[in-house]
Design a protein around this ligand. Structure first.
Ligand code: WT7
Length: 658
């Protein structure tokens, strides 16, 4: 029967409860969790206002919790004033001034530690340097740097003086940097002579020069950090070395108290779905979201060593490297380079050497490292790990279970955290001391988050395993405020679908009998096969659970009879199949048929050495869709990490079985 709802065919039965040891020490236990949820249900804005008073230090206390007068442009804590760097640094000086804030390891292995006192001094010094360059309240500053402590220093220096930072991931190319600078109208660009990645120098300054050539007329000054020491061209009228900019600057800088709604930063979303959008985040609401979710989800204790592997160029590196953990006074590991340099054990060596206890990474990294075999992590002491996290895409149960068994030694809870650049902070995730986990499910919404799944008419979908639109029914403090320079697009894109009533995430999801959320992927990644709507992620998960498969991406291809047929790109463990390709193909089709039902069997399978990915590791499905349809590629491929793969993917496809 043709169905309007998205059908879920992936059923995962395993459940993992937190150990008694973990529960005994957890920051949030069942009683506190219930109390938070009850308060949020009774008084939504009052709940968040209470947390904002308890958790943040305000220069001017707020009296307005939530201003809905311009909905869906919601505003939180509007008449309060605060400073974000003050809340992440100054508040710790008395109690933990000598505690390590950042442990940095460069790709070549050098280690640098900054205490909270040192980080505070560096931030103040650089804030004074920015002021000397004429940067002030409301000015935009673009940051295009490697993952070194100075990127965090630059961000906090900006917010200390009320400037708005816009970090552009160092892996982006010159055209991507130029587009973003032009959209923000940034006055200053902060970059470096280069950075290290997989033993190579990433030529950031050269890319910055290319981006600025004949464009970006708003840029008055380029501040350049020396990282590699390789010679770069400097334009004396425009460019200034970081060390010269801070020379003679004071290590004290009074914070500028900004309104809670003052923009803290702009961050452009990855190009996997068209023209990048400048997501605008606030100061007060954003910081509150980043701080409390770090506390709730990562259960940080004073002695934890916390490592989130995300680059600061992505939202994860904003909320869960630069802001949330520092607001909590945590010790944060920062690693500049590649996960597989000089070999596939680098992440595990870092965990061992820095005694990492809380580790947060992405499924794409987990799958890549899983592919290398259990012996690699087996060579390191990972016994300090006590909690693991995952973010960025649905984690397929096979990878989840491997992560749990091999990295976590079977003892660490896994928090699968669902959120978006737009949401600012984690919205759906287990609390590790409270919620039993199921591989592949991000479990339950956090307290204060009214997430739901609705059908085309906006009605709640309550039947288990029936998919729909993932929405949030009430505003939350860390949500995006608008799209920079395009509020109409903000309103239409995120609120238009259900007449401004709900925030529409653009993901499809379903719930199980326990009310657990299962993300099925982006709405536009949903296939319609013979009237059955199938999430691509479920088919991918089934493929990846086959022992020969390392990675898979599934797209729809128009089909005369079925509407859409299932087209799968498969990366094998070890070598790409040669002579046995067609045998393996029919084996994989049967395998998926067994796991999910015949309807989900791939009609086409194409083997490849790799998948096309954005530099944040997201599979570029729209590209794969064009290739599957035999269309010319007209999309922007400037954000593609590995352009050479396109030719292979376009190659002749061996016929799949009947
Ligand atoms: C999209 C947001 C949030 C930081 C990194 C990505 C997907 C994210 C999960 C998860 C399933 C997930 C969603 C979401 N996603 N986390 N735990 N399970 N899907 O930020 O680039 O803004 O992407 O990533 O599709 O909408 P982003």
């Amino acid at each position: 029967m043709a169905s309007q709802n998205i059908e879920s065919v992936l059923h995962e039965e395993r459940t993992f409860r937190p150990s008694a040891d973990f529960v005994a020490r957890a920051r949030i236990g069942t009683a506190r969790f219930d109390e938070l949820r009850r308060h949020a249900a009774e008084d939504h804005s009052g709940f968040w206002a209470r947390l904002a008073r308890e958790e943040l230090s305000w220069h001017t206390p707020f009296t307005v919790s939530l201003d809905e007068s311009d909905a869906p442009n919601y505003r939180w804590f509007t008449d309060g004033r605060l400073n974000v760097s003050y809340n992440c640094l100054d508040v710790h000086l008395a109690k933990r001034g000598e505690k390590t804030a950042i442990v940095f390891e460069g790709e070549s292995g050098e280690v640098r530690r900054l205490s909270y006192r040192e980080l505070h001094a560096e931030v103040c010094r650089f804030a004074n340097a920015l002021k000397a360059q004429g940067v002030g309240h409301g000015d935009r500053v673009a940051i295009y740097m490697p993952l070194v402590p100075e990127i965090v220093i630059a961000m906090h220096a900006c917010n200390r003086i009320g400037a708005i930072h816009s970090v552009v991931f160092g892996g982006f190319s010159a055209p991507a940097l130029r587009d973003r600078i032009e959209d923000t109208g940034a006055k200053v660009l902060i970059t470096a002579d280069g950075g290290w990645r997989a033993g190579q120098v990433i030529e950031l300054k050269a890319a910055a020069d290319k981006a600025l050539a004949g464009a970006c007329s708003s840029i008055e000054r380029v501040i350049v950090l020396k990282r590699t020491g390789r010679p770069v061209a400097m334009q004396p009228a425009r460019d200034l070395w970081w060390e010269d900019a801070v020379a003679g600057c004071s290590r004290e800088c009074a914070p500028v108290w900004v309104e809670a709604e003052h923009p803290l930063f702009l961050l452009y979303t990855s190009g996997s779905t068209g023209k990048p959008k400048g997501i605008q985040h606030s100061s007060g609401g954003y910081l509150l979201g980043a701080k409390v979710t770090t506390q709730w989800v990562f259960d940080l204790h004073e002695d934890d060593v916390y490592w989130c592997t995300a680059d600061v160029g992505w939202v994860t590196g904003h909320s869960y490297v630069a802001y949330g953990p520092l607001a909590l006074g945590a010790t944060v590991v920062l690693y500049e380079g590649s996960p597989t340099f000089p070999d596939g054990g680098r992440f595990w060596k870092l965990c061992q050497d820095h005694r990492v206890s809380v580790f947060y990474t992405a499924p794409t990294a987990i799958r890549a490292l899983m592919k290398l075999g259990d012996e690699v992590p087996g060579g390191y002491d990972l016994s300090r790990l006590r909690l693991l996290g995952s973010v960025g895409e649905p984690i397929n149960p096979e990878a989840w279970v491997w992560y749990h068994r091999v990295i976590g030694g079977g003892r660490c809870p896994i928090v699968d955290t669902w959120w978006q650049t737009e949401t600012g902070a984690i919205l759906i995730s287990p609390l590790p001391g409270v919620v039993a986990t199921k591989p592949g499910s991000c479990t339950l919404p956090l307290p204060g988050i009214e997430a739901d799944i609705v059908d085309e008419r906006g009605e709640s979908v309550t039947d288990p395993h029936t998919g729909g639109y993932l929405v949030v029914k009430k505003p939350w403090p860390a949500m995006l405020r608008t799209l920079w320079g395009d509020n109409d697009r903000y309103r239409v894109n995120y609120w238009g679908k259900f007449d401004d009533r709900y925030y529409v995430a653009g993901d499809s999801a379903h719930r199980d009998e326990d009310g657990y959320f299962w993300i099925m992927g982006r709405i536009d990644d949903v296939l319609n096969v013979s009237g059955h709507r199938l999430g691509t992620m479920e088919i991918e998960s089934a493929l990846v659970s086959h022992p020969r498969v390392a990675e898979a991406a599934v797209v729809g291809k128009p089909h005369d009879i079925k509407g859409e047929s299932v087209f799968a790109y498969v990366v094998c463990r070890g070598n790409r199949p040669g002579g046995d390709a067609s045998a393996l193909m029919s084996e994989l089709r049967d395998w998926v048929g067994e796991q999910l039902g015949a309807i989900a069997k791939p009609d086409h399978i194409r083997f490849a050495d790799n998948l096309p990915k954005t530099r944040s590791g997201k599979i570029m499905r729209r590209l794969l869709r064009s290739i599957a349809r035999g269309e010319d590629i007209t999309q922007d491929v400037s954000t593609l990490e590995n352009p050479a793969i396109l030719d292979q993917l376009r190659g002749v496809e061996a016929p799949a079985g009947a």
